[in-house]
Design a protein around this ligand. Structure first.
Ligand code: ADP
Length: 442
């Protein structure tokens, strides 16, 4: 703490200076001259101290002020403390600003701070990648001059920011950006979020609802039509009724299969990872699928070959794997002409467990291949409907495989046939010793 000079000390010091001068002046008979000389000397001394202070203030060569004497000692000391306090405050403020900027950098959105005239004051790094701003080149530029979208210029100049603005990014094509503008104090904060994924999900949800409604409406229209006919007085002949009954039954089965597949898809999506680590006897599972395939195959009489490694088991969820394997096998039966050849392979390949279904059937044109695992995607809707297909089978397979650390590979040549395959990593394979132990236990 520095000492404070009060009025009394000042007055005391003045008296201590002038009284001896006055006494000496009285003694020599020239009190006024002595007082004058004393005052003049005091004035010069004060001027000297003032000069030292102003010189230091102007030069500021050292942080500490020069050493003061007399009353000036307290003045210099006071300035030193003031200086010290200001420097501490400055440091605290810059730490605070740095912390706020770090915080703004950590936000997963682009942030741009504008002055009231819409010129850029500051922006975070994400704003550079999302909006294509350049820092510090664009500092002081108007944001509406850099984002050259009439919609954005209109939005920001209108000044009504209750609703966010959505824009297709002109900087990175295909991205949808959401702008939120928040005026505060004398500045405006613009927060920009990449909502491309959200938009895609929204679109997928809309497509999904539209597809489900469409898929259910078609069989319902058929059944309703026949039921309305039953209601009228003019009943059709029994032959027509038999056909109607068969069609209604087929349509009801279609709806039932669609609902079952939808439920299965949502069950797989919502299923937990823990249900995924039971040892599954895949060769036995493939035996059941082979029996089903052979009964499904009676009319088309395909050559069905199952090349199965009887010792190869994996861990997973049995229901899910059964639907993944059988979807591929039954698709091959549905989309291969009579007397075609279908080969199912379950073998070790390097250190992986490899599954494939190869057919010499219809094949698929290249432009469809990447879209086959989308829900309700079918190459030929009419054809798929006659086979009882809903377009959900491969979507289910894809989900199951993702949950089992695998992915579906499709290779196909139109008119020549297709191969659907996937491989499970070595950590999913059950060691042979474990399998033998299980068999001896059972
Ligand atoms: P679906 O229930 O219609 O069979 P999937 O999701 O199982 O639905 O299959 C999607 C589409 O992929 C089918 O409609 C069909 O056009 C095509 N497809 C699937 N497997 C084969 C295959 N082995 N050969 C030719 N096309 C196939």
């Amino acid at each position: 703490m520095y000492r404070v000079i009060n009025k009394r000390t000042l007055a005391k010091r003045l008296l201590l200076y002038f009284i001896p001068l006055l006494l000496v002046g009285l003694l020599v008979g020239m009190p006024f001259l002595w007082l004058f000389i004393g005052s003049f000397a005091l004035l010069i001394w004060h001027y000297r101290q003032l000069y030292r202070l102003t010189d230091w203030l102007q030069q500021q060569q050292s942080f500490n002020p020069p050493e003061g004497r007399g009353t000036w000692e307290q003045v210099f000391e006071g300035i030193y403390h003031l200086q010290h306090r200001n420097r501490k405050k400055c440091n605290e403020l810059s730490t605070l600003i740095a912390r706020y900027r770090d915080g703004a950098e950590a936000i997963p959105d682009a942030v741009v701070v504008l002055q009231n005239d819409l010129t850029i004051y500051w922006c975070n790094k994400l704003a550079l990648t999302l909006l294509g701003l350049q820092w510090p080149l664009d500092q002081g530029q108007r944001l509406d001059n850099l984002i050259r979208e009439p919609k954005f210029a209109h939005y920001i100049q209108r000044g009504k920011f209750t609703e966010p603005l959505e824009l297709e990014s002109s900087f990175s094509i295909g991205r949808v950006l959401e702008f939120r503008v928040m005026p505060y104090a004398n500045q405006i904060m613009v927060v920009v979020r990449d909502v491309t994924r959200l938009k895609q999900l929204e679109q997928m949800r809309k497509d999904f609802v539209a597809n489900v409604s469409h898929e259910l409406r078609t069989p319902l229209t058929v059944v309703t039509g026949y039921l309305e006919m039953m209601d009228s007085d003019m009943l059709p002949p029994p032959g027509v009724w038999n056909k109607a009954q068969t069609t209604m039954l087929e349509q009801c089965k279609r709806m039932d299969s669609l609902v079952k597949q939808l439920l299965s898809l949502s069950r797989i999506e919502g299923a937990r990872k823990q249900n995924n680590d039971k040892a599954i006897n895949v060769p036995q599972l493939l035996k059941y699928i082979q029996t089903e395939a052979e009964s499904l195959n009676q009319q088309k009489n395909h050559q069905l070959i199952f090349d199965v490694d009887a010792s190869l088991d994996i861990t997973g969820a049995e229901d899910e794997l059964r639907s993944a394997f059988s979807n591929l096998v039954f698709n091959a039966i549905h989309y291969t002409q009579a007397n075609g050849k279908i080969t199912v392979c379950w073998q070790r390949n390097k250190d992986q467990a490899y599954f494939s279904v190869t057919d010499n059937g219809d094949g698929i044109a290249a432009e469809h291949i990447n879209r086959l695992t989308e829900r309700f995607y079918r190459v030929d809707k009419a054809r798929s409907r006659t086979t009882g297909g809903s377009g959900l089978g491969l979507a289910i397979t894809k989900h199951v495989l993702t949950r089992h650390q695998s992915e579906l590979n499709i290779s196909s040549v139109l008119g020549q046939g297709s191969c659907f395959s996937f491989a499970f990593p070595s950590n999913k394979i059950v060691a042979i010793a474990n399998k033998q132990q299980k068999q001896s236990e059972s």
